[in-house]
Design a protein around this ligand. Structure first.
Ligand SMILES: [Zn+2]
Length: 104
């Protein structure tokens, strides 16, 4: 709400507790190589596979949007990678619905 926008379904997005806490009210971050402000990945309009790829249990960025998002959201902090490894081993990651979106 800090930046405005409606509290409606088309302006909201599901997020896990880790991503939600890391994001806070931020909308993006700095690309330290260029000094440019870069927006975060927008799950409502961006395709995951365009900005990231799955390197075993690591989420690797493909774009500067992917880089700032992965860095600020701490996608690859140890405990999250360990959780992802366990989900991969049990066949639950990525989910079938995520794969459909990733492969779009
Ligand atoms: Zn998350």
């Amino acid at each position: 709400m800090k930046h405005g926008g409606a509290t409606t379904a088309d302006n909201l997005c599901y997020a896990c507790i880790f991503c939600n806490l890391q994001k806070g009210t931020d909308l993006g971050s700095i690309n330290w190589q260029t000094g440019e402000l870069v927006r975060f990945f927008n799950p409502r309009r961006d395709f995951w596979g365009e900005h990231f790829w799955l390197d075993e249990a690591l989420i690797q960025p493909l774009t500067e949007i992917g880089e700032v998002t992965a860095r600020i959201f701490d996608f690859n902090v140890d405990e999250r990678v360990i959780e992802r490894q366990a989900l991969i081993l049990s066949g639950q990651y990525p989910s079938a619905s995520a794969l459909k979106r990733i492969n779009k």
